[in-house]
Design a protein around this ligand. Structure first.
Ligand code: FAD
Length: 449
């Protein structure tokens, strides 16, 4: 269904705002994107960049507007995890079936490219323009230097709040009656570190792996960049015996890396310096509802649903919001009230599901990876799934390599969890699990569920 062109403002030129601008331009709308930051294309990066994992949902949203191949040119496929466990050689775990991979992509490079593409599509960008206030029923926004300075007023037909986890647009919606809002920080923070490329520009670790050093209460991960470097993220409690608080000097940082991550010893100088150069950041789950105001304002991406990053799905979920919005625009044409109503009804349960799954992954990674029962369960699941790939698709694959709703992945994951609880009660399961009896037990329980 075609739409009558509207005059639309998008607040935020992050990944979600810039992709939404491309979609809306393709529908013939006039689009202006506001960002409080300067144009990231004009900022000199120090050569280091945070990277993200793009998976099926993200690719589907890019494919719809013809961008999948162009973005794949700046991404690296990762088809397996490389597990770095102390006193053992590195071992690899395939992510999914043959040909399934997540893709490592630099946030900075991706965002610059998306802004270029949105501009090419005809969107106007207004950088260094912070939105301070929104008049929701009249779709007006107010920008200015500071909260107290004189503000400029702009009037639009529709406003999209793509302004991230601490959204100003949502802030305005929060003042309405019956607006639900919650925000939960976890007690673990993160810091970005770098492993530079070899002198000849090649990667120091396997380039097509997502590297993980699980260490109980903390962990290090690394993803490759196209320049040969790796961006690492150290997840560590803010407080406690081994924590950001307990590492106070570069020498302490060197000792920390040497003790816990011996196979990156060659890069300890770099890692220890980065440790003090780069900020420590917090992670939050933010939920809210409703996400829309009449036919005037809608939240999309992190402004509607910020999640902890342990499933690598935040951006993917935001891109999927846009995909769904587009389908609704095609189905309902100019009926923006219905588009917005159906958008929030469809996306909210899925956003809550991926928030829950991401939080569970955090708990799993930080407290269960050393638990023998948990490890046994994972082994049995893997064994059964290899035997019956049509009957047992692991939750990870349902989230990462499928486009079925997140809520479905969560529900099926819960069923699988209860089946495994029963299986783990079987006598002598610790020593005898690769048996016909266990297989039949699972098949039976699957039949019942
Ligand atoms: P943002 O990227 O936060 O962009 C918001 C934009 O709005 C910014 O440009 C900001 O300057 C602008 N803005 C804010 N307020 C105003 C205002 N008042 N006026 C004007 N402009 C404003 N997701 C994945 O899918 N895969 C991953 O592997 C992954 N890894 C992650 C790792 C970490 C450590 C973290 C923290 C997140 C990760 N994510 C990942 C999540 C992903 O980064 C976010 O979901 C995604 O960036 C959200 O995009 P967004 O455009 O909604 O918000």
């Amino acid at each position: 269904m075609t739409q009558t062109p509207k005059n639309i403002a998008i607040i935020g030129s992050g990944l979600v705002g810039s992709l939404l601008a491309i979609y809306l331009r393709k529908k013939g709308h006039s689009v202006t994107v506001f960002d409080r930051r300067p144009d990231i294309r004009t900022i000199k990066f120090s050569g280091r960049s945070i990277n993200l994992a793009m998976s099926n949902r993200g690719w589907r949203s890019l494919r719809k507007v013809g961008l999948e191949e162009r973005i794949k040119e700046i991404a690296i496929p990762l088809d397996k995890r490389a597990m770095h466990v102390n006193d053992k050689p590195v071992y690899f775990q395939k992510y999914g079936k043959e040909g399934e991979a997540i893709w490592s992509i630099s946030r900075g490079i991706l965002n610059k490219k998306m802004i270029d593409l949105a501009e090419e599509a005809g969107a106007e960008f207004r950088f260094n323009e912070k939105v301070w206030d929104v008049n929701l029923p009249e779709a007006k926004i107010y920008t200015g230097e500071t909260e107290k300075s004189e503000w400029k007023e702009y009037q639009y037909d529709i406003i999209f709040g793509c302004d991230g986890a601490f959204s100003r647009v949502r802030h305005k919606m929060q003042r309405r009656s019956r607006f639900d809002y919650s925000q939960d920080f976890i007690d673990v923070g993160y810091k970005e570190l770098t492993i530079p490329a070899n002198e000849d520009g090649t990667h120091k670790l396997d380039k097509n792996s997502f590297h993980i050093w699980p260490r109980g209460k903390f962990m290090l991960i690394a993803m490759p960049n196209i320049d040969g470097s790796f961006t690492c993220t150290l997840f560590l409690p803010f407080e406690g015996e081994v924590s950001f608080e307990s590492i106070k000097t570069e020498e302490a940082a060197r000792m920390f890396f040497a003790a816990y991550f011996p196979n990156v010893r060659k890069d300890i100088e770099n890692l220890s310096q980065d440790f003090f150069k780069n900020p420590t950041s917090a992670m939050v789950t933010m939920k809210c509802y409703p996400w829309t105001y009449w036919d005037k304002v809608a939240l999309v991406g992190d402004s509607a649903h910020a999640i902890v990053p342990f499933y690598g799905q935040g951006m993917n979920a935001g891109f999927e919001d846009i995909y769904v919005l587009n389908e609704l625009m095609e189905a309902h044409g100019d009926d923006w009230s219905t588009i917005f109503e159906k958008y929030q009804e469809e996306r909210k349960p899925n956003a809550d599901a991926i928030a829950e799954l991401s939080y569970r992954n955090f708990v799993e990674m930080s407290s269960k990876t050393a638990d023998p029962k948990f490890l046994l369960q994972k082994k049995i699941e893997k064994w059964f799934s290899a035997k019956h790939p049509d009957k047992w698709i692991p939750v990870y694959s349902r989230v990462t390599f499928s486009e079925r709703p997140y809520a479905e992945a969560l529900a099926i994951g819960d069923e699988q969890e209860s089946i495994m609880k029963e299986v783990l009660k079987m006598p002598n399961i610790e020593s005898e699990w690769e048996t016909k009896e266990v297989e039949n037990k699972i098949l039976g329980l699957l039949g019942d569920s």
